[in-house]
Design a protein around this ligand. Structure first.
Ligand SMILES: Nc1ncnc2c1ncn2[C@@H]1O[C@H](COP(=O)(O)OP(=O)(O)O)[C@@H](O)[C@H]1O
Ligand SMILES: [Mg+2]
Length: 358
């Protein structure tokens, strides 16, 4: 852990963390024969994705910190850089006070990790055998491992079915086993990459409850990534917003929400809005803070929505409707609602958390 001199102890710290992915342009099998072959030239033509751009975050010991951002914003890349799976291109990263590039094994002993969508457990083995197997990889003493596994099975309400194979489990139960496995060696830090992705709401709720408990009862530092606003809101003490590899805000949940708390949000359901409709509304409502069109899936009955934040609904709803009528946009409904955390995200980035229509 790193003490910054002001009394704060950080479990995770990144300074100027940058990670790029280079995708080589395909030049065909005989590409090397072409005149423009020189290597330098090739490099110039390659596509570079900046997955993380100068990321600076500090996560305190014992904190439940959420990283919220849409798909492709760099969340998994950050988790992979912290967990030594990926090597940063620039910057310094410390986990539990250890440098991820110089003290790799100390870093690895400091965290447990669950990366979504990966089949890291053995489906042909039972839950208990999976945990037993991984405890031997961690070189845990057998007697201690047995005790620890029973504790974890119990904590995750898996004891009843611990001797069934994972292939007979639901994905929610497998996710519980994955989190139990990450906690086997009792690491001070838990890295969870989209832990409830694709789970049914009931299991997602149970997993969230358990994450809260892990944080509260055992005092672990938890870094969780998500693109679910509700998850971030329910779980996290402090949040970072990430968009296109940039951290756009880091603050407590309350302070982030305060950015829109006093504002009114007018939400208009519309059909087939023309391109440029936001600019047109803006020309009539220059004082609005945010004007955002979220395209729905109209063919499937989900209208598009226009969100306007930071105007007095009573005075301005009429102007918004006039602007839409001028462009012959069919209006479904007009609502005045309380802005959410997602609206803070839209305000700061202009981007949505979810892909349109989902
Ligand atoms: N191995 C890779 N090779 C090339 N590009 C990648 C690779 N991994 C991620 N990316 C790109 O980096 C960006 C961030 O991806 P990722 O960290 O997976 O985002 P998130 O987890 O927030 O959905 C995306 O544009 C993605 O396409
Ligand atoms: Mg991801």
């Amino acid at each position: 852990m790193v003490n910054d001199g002001a009394g704060d102890v950080f479990s995770i710290e990144t300074v100027g963390l940058t990670k790029r992915f280079v995708k080589k342009k395909h030049r065909g099998f005989f590409g090397f024969l072409r005149k423009d072959h020189p290597k330098k030239r090739q490099k110039e033509n390659d596509d570079v994705t900046v997955a993380l751009n100068n990321v600076n975050i500090k996560i305190r010991a014992g904190e439940l910190f959420g990283l919220l951002g849409p798909n492709g914003s760099g969340k998994t890349t950050l988790i992979k850089c912290l967990s030594t799976i990926l090597i940063p291109d620039e910057g310094r990263v410390t986990v539990n006070g250890f440098d991820v590039q110089k003290e790799t094994s100390m870093v690895r002993a400091s965290f447990g990790m669950v990366v979504g969508g990966e089949r890291t457990l053995y489906w042909k083995l039972t839950a208990r055998d999976n945990l037993m197997y991984f405890s031997s990889l961690y070189k845990m003493q057998r007697a201690y491992a047995k005790k620890r596994i029973e504790e974890l099975l119990d904590a995750f309400q898996l004891s009843d079915r611990a001797d069934e194979r994972l292939e007979d489990y639901s994905s929610g139960m497998r996710q519980k086993v994955a989190i139990a496995r990450a906690l086997l060696h009792d690491p001070p830090i838990l890295l969870l990459d989209e832990p409830t992705l694709g789970l049914d709401p009931n299991f997602a709720r149970q997993i969230r409850k358990q994450i809260r408990e892990i944080s509260e009862k055992y005092g672990k530092t938890v870094l969780l990534t998500t693109h679910y606003m509700d998850e971030a809101e329910q779980l996290c003490d402090r949040l970072g917003f990430i968009n296109h590899g940039n951290i756009v805000a880091v603050d407590t949940l309350n302070r982030l929400k305060a950015m829109v708390k006093e504002k009114e949000l007018v939400e208009v359901a519309v059909y087939s809005p023309p391109v440029g409709i936001e600019t047109h509304i803006r020309s009539m409502l220059p004082e609005a803070e945010v004007i955002k069109l979220i395209r729905g899936n109209e063919a499937e009955g989900t209208p598009s929505r226009i969100k306007v934040i930071g105007v007095t609904a009573e005075e301005h709803a009429g102007t918004i409707i006039d602007a839409l009528r001028q462009k012959n946009v069919r209006i479904g409904s007009v609502n005045v609602v309380v802005p959410t955390l997602e609206d803070v995200f839209i305000k700061l980035t202009g981007a949505e958390l979810r892909a349109s229509g989902v």
